[in-house]
Write a protein that binds this ligand. Structure first.
Ligand code: SF4
Ligand code: SF4
Length: 427
């Protein structure tokens, strides 16, 4: 019902052929029709036709969907599954009785913390203090957290280490090195500038080294990807409008996004705001300016780095880059452009690692099952570095490697480019 009702036209494009089943990580894990795209669409149709209601047992199957969109790529009928599950979750979100974890995530973290940089900064500073002062060590060694809640204790262990460097978003411009080829704005994101400050600075260095003036646009906010994942499209629209106002004032050739999940959210602002008379056209304009960093560098084209890196690297496709944005070759091409890097493909590189939005928090057990299977595929490559393109995947893979005691590191593709550029002077 309402503005965000799943489109009947999209829903009935599904002809139940089942080609998508083998692409779906939750189906592969369970073997159950109800945990497959076809099964989930059948449930949407059944609700739409009034044969069943939106009951907890029905919503359970939609909740277990990671929203990885692998089924979209496999579907010969062009079913826009991502759009369908997003709008289905918005219907569920407004009706159901929420568990305490979902309430904390959707009502507090996503609405009251993430959209407000100062509040988020406060929490991140607290987390850094907790990690640096030894409180974390004491809590872990005492087993107190585990006693209180094994779930929280396990979740705490997967939290990323907060660095000292924070990327400022004050509208600063970082000038191109050498001949100027482009002027771009950078989406800093909500959590990335705080927990991935050094990696965001690496992104800026790679862009400037490739002749781009980079503006870290002021007044930008979270892209809204996590809110839409949870079915809160109202908050997503508010955030989208604030970003449109911020970025369209920047007068740039492109808006660069270094996080796959944020990239697809912004590329789909046009569709999100299609019924908004004041913003529909502006949303289309912003969406058309958005470029994933790998896509952008490949098209520019990149100035090949010369610094030699003697690494064996395997690449994990982030779902929202490979399935949603259909970008698979550019990151691999960029990795191959680095002298000395040997790219070893893992089995199933585009199978989800289990990170997916808030999935690691709300569906912890399932998320860890998928992570386990991913770590086994990575292990077979014996690569020392796992490269990827999305902060959620980085955190998830780092955790998988940590609990399996593997001697590997997880890096963004842009980290490796930056490292190669930085070592050029020594070549
Ligand atoms: S492949 Fe497409 S049409 Fe076939 S069952 Fe899956 S979603 Fe439906
Ligand atoms: S989005 Fe991913 S988990 Fe959800 S039905 Fe499609 S393939 Fe399965």
């Amino acid at each position: 019902m309402g503005l965000d009702a799943p489109s009947e036209e999209d829903m009935y494009k599904c002809v139940h052929c089942g080609f998508c089943l083998q692409a779906c990580p939750t189906y592969l894990e369970t073997g159950l029709e109800t945990e497959s795209p076809r099964g989930r669409i059948a449930l949407m149709k059944a609700v739409n036709e009034g044969r069943i209601g939106i009951t907890p047992s029905v919503t359970r199957h939609w909740d277990l969907c990671i929203q990885c969109r692998a089924c979209e790529v496999a579907c010969p009928s062009g079913v826009p599954y991502g759009k369908l599950i997003e709008s289905t979750m918005s219907q569920v979100n407004s009706r159901r009785e929420k568990s305490w974890t979902t309430k904390i995530v959707s009502n507090i973290i996503l609405k009251r913390i993430i959209p407000h940089r100062n509040r988020l900064l406060l929490i991140i500073k607290f987390l850094r203090l907790y990690q640096l002062t030894g409180i974390q060590k004491v809590l872990r060694n005492s087993g107190l957290l585990n006693l209180l809640s094994p779930y929280l204790s396990e979740l705490e262990k997967s939290a990323p280490q907060v660095p000292a460097t924070i990327l400022e978003t004050s509208g600063q411009t970082i000038r191109a090195i050498g001949v100027k080829r482009s002027r771009v704005a950078l989406l800093s994101g909500c959590i990335m500038p705080l927990v991935n400050g050094p990696e965001m600075e690496a992104v800026i260095r790679v862009l400037t080294r490739n002749g781009c003036d980079v503006i870290v646009t002021q007044n930008q906010v979270c892209c809204g990807a996590i809110n839409s994942h949870m079915g809160d499209l109202q908050t997503t629209r508010k955030l989208a409008k604030r970003n449109i106002d911020a970025f369209l004032n920047s007068d740039v050739d492109a808006v660069i996004v270094a996080s796959a999940g944020c990239g697809i959210r912004m590329k789909e602002y046009g569709d999100l705001l299609r019924n908004d008379t004041a913003y529909a056209s502006k949303a289309q304009t912003l969406s058309s300016l958005v470029k994933d960093i790998h896509e952008f560098l490949a098209e520019l084209p990149i100035i090949p780095p010369k610094g030699h890196l003697n690494y064996q690297v395997t690449y994990q496709d982030s779902c929202h880059l490979s399935h949603a944005q259909r970008i698979t070759e550019p990151p691999r091409m960029l990795l191959r452009s680095i002298p000395g890097i040997k790219l070893i493909e893992m089995d199933n590189p585009s199978k989800c690692c289990g990170a997916g939005g808030t999935y690691t928090i709300t569906e912890r057990d399932f998320s860890l099952r998928l992570l386990d299977s991913k770590i086994k595929d990575i292990d077979k490559t014996q690569a020392s570095i796992v490269a990827t393109a999305n902060p959620g995947c980085v955190i998830q893979l780092q955790y998988g490697i940590k609990i399996n005691c593997h001697n590997r590191t997880v890096k963004y593709v842009t980290d490796l480019l930056d490292e190669s550029y930085s070592s050029e002077s020594t070549v």
